[in-house]
Write a protein that binds this ligand. Structure first.
Ligand code: ZN
Ligand code: ZN
Length: 180
């Protein structure tokens, strides 16, 4: 569908503390969360009308990665991350957070560190707003809009709710794709 585009936004936080005394090596634990946000865009200006909400990304699941590390030099951390994540950009972004955190002046430099990294990754999906709702043939200006996740067709929220709930249909009124 050519009226659809997407962008990725990353939000990364790293926090370091001294490793508990029972452990001997430094450790990095990375938590990754993936979301997708659906946004409606004006056809001509490209400006965003409204957000239809943010959901866990159904294509990707959250993951946790735990690494024992020898040191916190950027080259070493990057090499370890790139091997595990298979993503050079993301690996550099995380390395750029880990290195300064490991150098924090309130941390003793001779003790192993435990660094947790939280990666929030949001895929923003942009859809051009259609002219009108195919159920009631009225425009989209006045009422809240809903996009069907199965086929990305747009309707007024109240129109598609009535179509599915009250009239008992189980498919998209435009393309008949089954609605889960
Ligand atoms: Zn409608
Ligand atoms: Zn459809």
């Amino acid at each position: 569908m050519d009226s659809k585009s997407s962008e990725r936004f990353l939000n990364i936080h790293a926090t370091a503390r001294v490793q508990s005394s029972s452990s001997y090596s430094s450790e990095v634990v990375i938590f990754q969360n993936y979301h997708e946000e659906i946004l409606l865009q004006d056809k001509r200006s490209g400006s965003v009308f409204e957000s239809l909400g943010s959901y866990p990304d159904h294509l990707l699941e959250g993951s946790t990665l735990s690494l024992d590390v020898d040191n916190f030099t950027p080259a070493y951390i990057f090499r370890r991350l790139a091997k595990e994540l298979n993503d050079y950009d993301l690996s550099w972004d995380i390395t750029r957070r880990i290195f300064p955190e490991s150098q924090r002046r309130d941390l003793p430099q001779d003790k192993p560190l435990f660094i947790t990294v939280l990666v929030e990754s949001t895929r923003k999906l942009y859809f051009q707003r259609e002219e009108m709702c195919a159920i009631c043939l009225d425009d989209f200006e006045s009422k809240p809009v809903c996009i069907l996740p199965c086929c990305f067709h747009q309707f007024h929220r109240e129109c598609i709710c009535e179509w599915i709930d009250r009239r008992g249909h189980d498919s998209c009124p435009l393309c008949r794709h089954p609605v889960q």
